[in-house]
Design a protein. Structure first.
Ligand code: 5GP
Ligand code: ZN
Length: 136
């Protein structure tokens, strides 16, 4: 369940120190060392799964429950105006550490961050084609 050369395995299991906000049997929540905003935190499962594709469904459900609790606490205690949940899978999607993690990014009015995407346009035909491709 652990991967020897994985830094987040070592952090999650306490072999490398971190600024821990919460931990239990299955998860550790730490402050990110390259924060997007003040209080940017990461939810790490203690077991090694490279990404969302590998994550068991029950661990995914538990991670989201924990995210919900942490989001409320962090937003209140940090006096944030909102919070983004971000989760990257694969290098193309911006994943740099190949151990599943969920970003909790508190947002503040005028914090200057650009976490949301630039919307493109799409035709009705393209939408139908995509829908078919995914569902059939
Ligand atoms: P990703 O780009 O893979 O979704 O996110 C990786 C995150 O881990 C980045 O936000 C980066 O700042 C953070 N990070 C990388 N190495 C360390 C570390 O050793 N300790 C902590 N606390 N955060 C790290
Ligand atoms: Zn790992």
């Amino acid at each position: 369940m652990r991967k020897d050369d994985c830094i987040f395995c070592k952090i999650a299991n306490g072999e490398i120190p971190s600024k821990t906000l919460y931990q239990d049997e299955n998860f550790r929540v730490i402050l990110d060392l390259g924060p997007a905003t003040r209080g940017h935190a990461l939810i790490l499962p203690k077991a090694h799964y490279a990404n969302l594709y590998e994550l068991p469904e029950d661990t995914a459900a538990a991670a989201m429950k924990l995210a919900k609790r942490m989001a409320g606490t962090m937003t209140e205690k940090l006096h944030a105006d909102g919070l983004n949940l971000v989760q990257n899978n694969g290098e193309t999607a911006g994943q740099t550490v190949m151990h599943f993690h969920l970003h909790l990014i508190p947002r503040y009015k005028d914090d200057g961050q650009h976490i949301l995407w630039k919307p493109n346009t799409v035709s009705e035909e393209e939408l139908e084609e995509i829908q078919k491709q995914i569902t059939e």
